[in-house]
Design a protein around this ligand. Sequence first.
Ligand SMILES: NC(=O)c1ccc[n+]([C@@H]2O[C@H](COP(=O)([O-])OP(=O)(O)OC[C@H]3O[C@@H](n4cnc5c(N)ncnc54)[C@H](OP(=O)(O)O)[C@@H]3O)[C@@H](O)[C@H]2O)c1
Length: 294
Amino acid sequence: MSQTKIMITGATGLLGRALFSELNSRFNVIGTGFNRAEGNIIKLDLHDQDAVANSLIEHKPQVVIHAAAERNPDICSNKPEQAIALNVAASKFLAEQCEAIGAKLILISTDYVFDGQDAPYLENAAPNPLNLYGQSKQQAEQAVLAVAKTHSVIRVPVLYGDVTHLGESAVTTLAQQLSATAPSSHDNWAIRYPTHVADIAMSIRDLIQQQDKLGGIFHISGTQKMTKYQMACLMADALGYDSNLLEPLGQPNDGTPRPYNCALENKRLKAMGIHYERGFAKAIAEIIRAHINK
Ligand SMILES: NC(=O)c1ccc[n+]([C@@H]2O[C@H](COP(=O)([O-])OP(=O)(O)OC[C@H]3O[C@@H](n4cnc5c(N)ncnc54)[C@H](OP(=O)(O)O)[C@@H]3O)[C@@H](O)[C@H]2O)c1
């Protein structure tokens, strides 16, 4: 086991849990969460600056993966001050405190920093977020990268994985909207690249093993291109439902504007030989069957 000490914020969340489980067997890992923190996950409120500074001094991690955020675009639009406080101000403070103890920060960011009109996006493409969530993450990126050259940003697209309940991710939520007998409508306009959190965790593991390469922006994304309607059809097949009951919607119907197609090109990580991607249809079938058959 490597002696590298890694702290993960948001270790109770969808991506953070996968990171904790993947990294824990190879590194010395400290997971932090907030409302759901229990057992081996430390409770750390990222708004409490004294607690954040003291926790870093106490644990002295070499790398901090910052996965905690408000990631729901509708909540961000409805509560902008709350979203900016967590996504921007807390990220900036954490970046400064990491620099003070010589730790490298990895900020998890999003494809929503782009407007979706000019895909695919390389790591150095110009962001132009369409909603407050994307704006808050872009501001966090700028703040973190301005603190230290060795701090990093990792942008990821819509995530799925081992959810605590189907409503936990934007992908598995679709399964809740399906019925064996009733029709349902799904967005067939926006192009997405659903990516399994365990694949992202393995890429981050490999990147940390080459710690001298940390710094600047990285993209991690799967390449399976699909709309929510297409994801829902695969889920209907997995559940044995009639996919003719699903209606494709040709126009966006979200309250908060969302980008059309933010395909992320993983140029830097691929050049390092790092890419993991499981088949979506099989992986999502296993996840939703486990919940629907409970
Ligand atoms: N989910 C996606 O589809 C998606 C897509 C693109 C990018 N991302 C980015 O990926 C990262 C991880 O997303 P996720 O889906 O794993 O998020 P998530 O499941 O919603 O988890 C959010 C995490 O933030 C923690 N948190 C919230 N408020 C906090 C506070 N005041 N102090 C400390 N921790 C706090 C939560 O802790 P408790 O639950 O314990 O309170 C939880 O661990 C985020 O940066 C997000 O922007 C996500």
